[in-house]
Design a protein around this ligand. Structure first.
Ligand SMILES: Cc1ncc(COP(=O)(O)O)c(C=O)c1O
Length: 341
């Protein structure tokens, strides 16, 4: 099955693989890891995930590497974020070891779907946790299912690293202070769809959201963190309690420090956009999307040349993807081998 895939032309859409893995929390304990093939699941009609949003997820990638090994990028960070999310949504947090064993098993079972080195593609791993007990009143579930599926994902930049235009969405907010913007609740994405869709209808592929209390400070893009390179060469990223802690952003900050850049995690006023030389959106799927301009009401802030990514963002992108594909030494110990080391 896997061999018939046209790796170089793989897109970003869901592609079914042969197996997925599942583990259930019942009678106060996690059971055995089950290997499944039927992509449909059976759920109680009153399950808390369906009515009260006890549903959350993660996203990470496994890479076919230069030395022919297969490794995930920082899965421990995704495990920890799933644990924080589960706690915030009063769900059962799965232990990190279970998360890692399930992800490893999933990738090995679907080895034929791990894109070979050199194709620029990767195997996307999507873990999700749902409350499965029936409750008609608002109540936390007693039982949970942790499921992980995999789908090969193509290289995003097939013809080079191209910048996009962004729009500051002020009609709809993404996350409230002390709300759930800093965790990966499924409901956050339903809540964000209207704002993102509105931006797309206006011709902007991505929307930037401000802090919902004052609309003075930058929070993040719909599904990625905000990062900027200031005109004096510093790496700046917002410090906000309603932003999702991005594994990519944290890793890029470490790389920026390795390069000798000063990293500033601080409140960023919208008006500061005028001081930035380069702006990017970062996350697991695309790694870095360079942003050429940001519209805020009648004002348009532009960064660098219209159809060219900034040099610092390019350098950061090449370094992180080089580490992921095993072309550059894994000096931070980020890669987690799934086959025998
Ligand atoms: C709202 C939001 N911010 C940021 C990110 C980027 O996080 P990461 O780098 O861990 O993929 C994502 C994607 O997971 C996201 O959905």
């Amino acid at each position: 099955m896997g061999k018939n895939i046209d790796w170089k032309n793989l897109g970003f859409q869901y592609l079914q693989t042969e197996y997925y893995v599942k583990c259930e929390f019942k009678n106060r304990k996690w059971g055995d890891i089950q290997i499944c093939t039927d992509p449909h699941i059976s759920l109680h009609i009153a399950a808390t995930c369906l009515h009260y949003g006890q549903a959350c997820f993660e996203g990470l990638k496994a890479f076919g590497r230069k030395d022919e090994s297969i490794a995930m990028f920082r899965p421990d960070q995704n495990a920890q974020r799933l644990i924080s999310t589960a706690r915030r949504l009063v769900m059962e947090p799965p232990p990190q070891e279970l998360f890692l064993s399930m992800a490893t098993k999933l990738i090995l079972l679907n080895k034929a779907y791990v894109p070979p080195y050199g194709t620029g593609a990767s195997l996307y791993v999507r873990p999700f946790l749902i409350g499965t007990s029936p409750h008609i009143g608002v109540h936390a579930s007693e039982e949970y299912a942790l499921i992980m599926l995999a789908s090969p994902m193509g290289a995003y930049y097939k013809d080079g690293f191209y910048p996009v235009k962004a729009y500051i969405q002020e009609e709809y907010d993404r996350a409230a202070p002390k709300g759930v913007g800093d965790v990966k609740a499924g409901g956050n994405y339903a809540a964000g769809m209207m704002g993102d869709l509105d931006g797309q209808k206006k011709g902007f592929p991505i929307c930037l959201y401000l802090d919902s209390a004052t609309h003075l400070y930058i929070d993040e893009f719909g599904t990625s963190n905000f990062l900027a390179i200031t005109k004096d060469g510093k790496y700046a990223t917002p410090d906000s309690s309603s932003v999702l802690p991005s594994v990519t952003n944290h890793s890029l900050q470490d790389i920026a420090r390795d390069f000798g850049l000063t990293v500033e995690r601080r409140k960023i006023r919208v008006s500061e956009l005028a001081d930035f030389a380069e702006v990017g959106a970062c996350g697991t799927a695309v790694v870095i999307t360079p942003v050429s301009s940001i519209r805020h009401g009648d004002r348009v802030y532009t960064f660098g040349k219209e159809n060219e990514a900034g040099a610092t963002l390019m350098r950061l992108y090449n370094e992180i993807t080089g580490i992921q594909y095993g072309e550059i030494e894994d000096r931070h110990g980020w890669m987690y081998r799934v086959d025998a080391a």
